[in-house]
Structure formats: structure tokens, C-alpha cells
Write a protein that binds this ligand. Sequence first.
Ligand code: BES
Ligand code: MN
Ligand code: ZN
Length: 481
Amino acid sequence: MKVSVKDSKETAFSCDVLILPLLENQGIRPYRDIDNALGGLPGKTMSSKEFSGRYGEMSLLHTQGRIKPERVLLVGLGKKEDITPDKLRQAGGKAASFVRSLGASHAGLSTRTIGPLHISPAVFLEGCLLSDYRFEKYRKEENRKGLKGITVLTGKDIGKQIKWMMAVAKATYLTRDLVNTPSNDMTPSGLVRAARSLKKVSVKVIERKQAEALGMGAYISVAKGSMEPPKFIVITYKGKNSAPIALVGKAITFDSGGISLKPSEGMEKMKYDMAGGAAVLGVLHAAAEMNLPVHIIAVIPATENLPGGSASKPGDVVRSLDGKTIEIISTDAEGRLVLADAISYVKKFRPSAIIDIATLTGACSIAFGNEAIAMMGNDDSLMAIMKKASEETSEHAWQMPLFDGYKDYIKSDIADLKNSGGRTGSLISSAYFLKEFAGDVPWVHLDIAGTAWTDKDKPYIPKGATGIGVRLLLKFLENYK
Ligand code: BES
Ligand code: MN
Ligand code: ZN
């Protein structure tokens, strides 16, 4: 979809649909010119109680050649004082979906109402773009009747905001594509290809043999059951000379559970167990496009988790990169094994902070459903920056406590740690396990198991991979100094 800006009157702009956001009870007065040109139709619609501008209401009017737009879509935003950025984003998503369902291809967006709101019109547009995503690459015929273009009607210079928003939307599309792609095509090698196609970054890949030689026993133990070569991907983006910030993304391209096999029902969804790694790739894509002044070291430990003749078995003990031994209680608690070595590895670069993002626990989605990321960490000020970014993007992150008592959950009888503390409290005990590896480096863990996938369409997230984490981490990087 193309986004452009034009300083034009609504009535003089040729398009299939003019999107006209309106406030509740504002009446048609601010749009007197449009109302007059249409013989009072919009005003009549508003007094008919069919549409009064309440949040979520929409009404379509045909203009019959009286003004340049063929149709006008009235979009209710509710009361001025109740509008939030996310409500505006959602309204954009719903309006774009409606316009698309009409088969229309070019829309204009009036900014008379949203212009003076102190929220950029780019937020409404962001909703339009994010909702327009479709994953069609496995269909014989692409049945896209998507929007081709949207033009913002304003005299203000909002080019910069739009450019930023487009970069964020593109990055989200990339992440969604990577996650939606089935595991036979999105292997660890597939992720390497995605990494190598990024601009302005350097990519290094540690192969199985090298990882073994380096002592990444925890990571390698997960890869043992699979014939697919694991890839430990290290990406550097240096937009600024400073201590790097480390981003670590879990990338299990398929999580069968290994010998601790998962039930078959719903197992097809475990292709999304690389959503953390995919989010990190999306972030790097946008960082490069926007020339973000940050120094990022990203680590994506990628592998499949399969049962096989040489797979790890429950009861096995492995030695992690930092020397701690781990008793594998469940081969299905593989995420923390690959993350442990990734966190230890990235510490060698002396990062100022480590952020890991992972579809780590089923318990996360039990606790939060599809609505929030579980956040834990060892540094309150770092978590405060993340919290603020989450409020600004509405990619909600909610903090859970890492009380010392959780240490007992992961005590092993024969090794330094065990990889599973059982079902109760597992959202937190899994994070506590990672904390043991982060040590004294400021660290935040984001569990996106509940939010990385949605089974139903949302206003600006079509069902499937959500691309969660991309907008949150980009905002975090923008705010992090
Ligand atoms: N990838 C799963 C977590 C998951 C579950 C993500 C559902 C998305 C949706 C993770 O590797 C896992 O299997 N975790 C286990 C850990 C348990 C064995 C301690 C879990 O949460 O059940
Ligand atoms: Mn698992
Ligand atoms: Zn997993």
C-alpha cells in the first residue's frame, strides 16, 4: 500500500472512498462545505441516529458525482476526551478493513478532526497499514483485493512521521511473514537467509560444530534430535559508537517438545516458536531503514526441537556456555536452554543491557491470554523504560515478580540447575532460570507466548502471527539512552 500526502480539499480529491473521522455529538458543522455539496446527506445521517460519531460506528454514503470522492465513509471516534492513540489505531484498522471489503483501491483520509488531536494522523494510518496485512504466499491464486493507496489530506508536514510509521509497518510485515511461514520452509537456515537480506548489518553464523567447540552445551542439546542444521545467528547493527544493547530472540523453528513430546492437538502452531527471533529481525530491519542511532548486538539461537535417535532425553545433564550444569527434566523446556547460552554469549560484548524476547511458556498464555506480554527482569529502571514503551505502543507488557523463593523451583539434585520447575509458577520459574545467566547485567525478559499469535482477527491484527515485539522494542530503543 502506498501512502502519500496532499494538501487538498476533501471535496476536490478524486478517490474511491473518502474516510471522514468524526467526533461524537460534534454534528456536521465542521464539515459544512462537504455537507452542503452533498445536499445535506451527512448531516441527515447524523441526525437520524444511524450514526452519531460514537466510537466504532461507521456509515457509508454514495456521493453520486456531487463531489470528487465516489463515496464517503463516516468513522466515529467517540468523545474527544476519550480518544487514545490505540483507539485511533484501531479505528484506522477497522476503517481500512471496511474500505477493503468494498473492493475499493484508493482512499483519501480527511484530517480535519484528527489533525487538532495532539495525536499524529500517522497513528490512524498505522492502524490502516497493520490491518491490511495478508499471508498469501501459499495460495495458487493471490486473492488480494487490498488497498492500493491512501492519501492523507493535510497541509501540515507529516512526512517524517509517515516515513517512521511505514518503516515500522514494513518491519511488522516482515516479522509476521517469517512467523506465518511453515517450519518446512522457515528452518534455521531460512532465518539465516532473512538475516543476510537485512541492510546495514553484519551477520555471523555459528554452526553446530563450532557451537559444540565453544561449549554451548545447552543450546546444542536442543538441536541434537534434528537433522536440520542449527544456526546460532549473531547480527550487529552499529548506528552509534557506544556499548551495545543486546537483543536475544528465541527461535525454535518447530517445537515438538522433543522426547517430552507435546500432544498432537494444536502442535501445528508450534511453528510460531521462533516469534522472538523474528521480532528481533523486524526490529533490525526498521533500525537500519531509519538509521537509528543505537548499537545493537542481536543473537538468535535457531534450531528445531525434535525427537530423534540422538535427541536429548529427560534426565540428561548438559554443560552450558557459562559453565553451569543443567539437568534436563523436560526436553520441552528447550527455550530456556537455548536462551541461557545466547545470554552468556552476548555478555562477552559487554552490553549495557540485555533484552530477551521469547515464546517461553504455555503458562504465559494461561495467565494473560492474548492481551499482554509477561515482563520480568533484574533492573527496575530498565523495566520502567520498557513499561513506558509498552504504554506508548499498546503492546502491553505486565511485570511479574522474580521473588527469591523461585530459586528453589529450579534446584537440581545432581546439577547446578534443572530446566523445569514443574507446572505451578512456571511463567516465573522459567524467567528465574534465565536470571541465573544474566547475572549482574541489566536484563529484561519478555514472554510473548500468549501474544505472538492470534486465532481471531483484531482491529489491526489479522489472525495468525501478530508481529508482537517489533513496535514495542523499536519504541524502547527510541526511548533508551
Ligand atoms: N514453546 C513452548 C511454550 C509455548 C506454549 C509457546 C504454547 C506458545 C504457545 C515452550 O517451549 C514449552 O514447551 N514450555 C513448556 C515448559 C514446561 C515443559 C516446563 C510449557 O510451558 O508447557
Ligand atoms: Mn517447548
Ligand atoms: Zn518452545
